[in-house]
Design a protein around this ligand. Structure first.
Ligand code: SF4
Length: 466
């Protein structure tokens, strides 16, 4: 039987030791994962069987309110924030779906992965559709839709794990609705598992035949250059003496790696998904344009005696329907909601696409790879926007319990400012790879700067304008 070869290395820093510690404590990590699974199951399932919380309920004395805050007020925004800080640690060490999918795969059928599963568009499509569906059923507000959306995703993860791969995370790699988003945000992380190709070759020349490392998300270890697909589980730390956890510049992956394998679906996810669908999904509930559009259409329908779109309220799993809370969406509300989110996504996405295309042309003849590379420079701003939008839920939930955060407006402005600057610096470095004359680079930067301004305007309206 072959054994995995982990070489000891003479000089190790704290990050390397952390990586090695992870590799040596996989059993304990599995315990932590199953503890998270247990907490996740309780918070997801139990509130469905409890009465709806009254107005006097608080996060600290009502399980439904606590679960709501834990899922959408802490977990979701913090996981995104952590991914930017330390890579996909959530995926590799804590995610219940990942643990369940891998467990199911260990005991499953072990089938080959079909081509349709590997289609690059799934993460983008899954993110956009779950975001939109989540708004239609008010997933952040009620336990039943939370169980449907999160529980449905967990069941799918288990089923895919059972069907495909052996002890792998096929679901996480190809199909998870937030996998694409995590993959983008991890590119910004100042930590990654670094592969030293020279040391790898040396061990090959020396005839070393190490046993395999089970990289559950199927990252090709030898050629791994970024943190996008890596779940930071640590299993490969020390492998062949060539892989270690290491620091890097938060500019490194986007400037030097992201341009090598342009993925148009990542551009769609950044431009139309994170900067479009997500913005529309946060906007609609406070937007005067949404209300005006609804009013106009309702009047138009009433004038023609067509009342059924205003009267029909589909069940809670199609559109929000909680009459006891005075929270019911009619067919008309739902239709305008969907159109509003899609129109926002299209308008913002197309404007940003045009500006990126202009920036691409500022640097020389049309080049799709350069266009996709420039789109990657917007990831910091996209990440900040989604984080701030989600953390707005946390702020609202805390306010409902009398906890005010007086500095929140300044913190939001500072985050958008810093993220815009981060995107600008990335853009400047990326333009330098394609073109030397400073004037052309400044023009390209100005064009991307306009895209940044459009996004910031959207968030300004959400937080301060309306
Ligand atoms: S490359 Fe694979 S095995 Fe290594 S840390 Fe990342 S997910 Fe784990």
């Amino acid at each position: 039987m072959t054994t995995t070869v982990f070489l000891s290395r003479p000089q190790s820093d704290v990050w390397q030791r952390i990586g090695d510690w992870l590799a040596q404590h996989q059993r304990q990590i599995r315990w932590i994962q199953w503890s998270v699974v247990a907490v996740y199951a309780v918070l997801l399932v139990v509130p469905v069987f409890l009465p709806m919380p009254g107005n006097a309920a608080h996060i600290w004395d009502d399980l439904t309110r606590f679960a709501q805050f834990a899922f959408w007020g802490i977990w979701w925004p913090m996981v995104l924030f952590a991914t930017v800080l330390v890579g996909r640690v959530w995926c590799g060490l804590l995610c219940p779906e990942g643990a369940i999918s891998e467990f199911s795969s260990r005991h499953g059928r072990g089938g080959g992965i079909p081509r349709w599963v590997k289609w690059n568009g799934w993460p983008t499509l899954a993110f956009a559709s779950t975001t939109l569906y989540g708004q239609m059923v008010s997933v952040y507000q009620y336990p039943k839709p939370a169980l449907l959306v999160l529980g449905g995703s967990t069941l799918a993860a288990a089923a895919v794990g059972y069907l495909y791969g052996k002890e792998k995370r096929v679901w996480c790699r190809y199909l998870c609705p937030v996998g694409g988003v995590f993959g983008l945000f991890a590119k910004l992380a100042p930590l990654h598992f670094r592969v030293d190709p020279e040391v790898w070759r040396e061990t090959q020349r020396a005839g070393l035949k190490p046993g395999p490392v089970n990289c559950a998300p199927l990252v090709p270890l030898k050629t791994m250059r970024g943190a996008s697909d890596c779940h930071m589980c640590g299993r490969c730390s020390g492998f062949r003496g060539a892989i270690r956890l290491a620091r890097r510049s938060p500019l490194n992956e986007i400037v030097h790696v992201a341009g090598e394998h342009p993925n148009p679906w990542e551009t769609v996810l950044i431009v139309f998904g994170l900067m479009g669908v997500a913005l529309g999904a946060f906007h609609w509930s406070v937007s005067p344009w949404f209300n005006a559009a609804k009013q106009r259409v309702a009047e138009w329908l009433v004038e023609r005696g067509v009342l059924w779109p205003l009267e029909i309220s589909p069940p809670w799993w199609v559109l929000t329907n909680y009459p006891e809370r005075n929270d019911v969406l009619s067919l008309l509300d739902g239709t305008i909601l969907i159109l509003y989110v899609l129109t926002t996504a299209l308008a913002v996405g197309l404007a940003i696409t045009l500006l990126l295309a202009l920036a691409t042309l500022c640097l020389g003849r049309w080049n799709p790879a350069r266009f996709h590379h420039l789109a990657q420079t917007l990831i910091p701003l996209a990440a900040a926007g989604v984080f701030l939008g989600l953390s707005a839920l946390s702020v609202t939930q805390l306010r409902m319990d009398g906890i005010d955060l007086p500095w929140v407006a300044e913190a939001r402005a500072a985050m958008l400012f810093l993220a815009s600057g981060w995107s600008g610096v990335l853009c400047w470095h990326v333009t330098g790879l394609y073109c030397k004359p400073c004037g052309r680079r400044v023009l390209a930067l100005a064009s991307v700067g306009l895209a940044v301004a459009i996004t910031n305007t959207g968030w300004f309206l959400f937080f301060w304008g309306w």
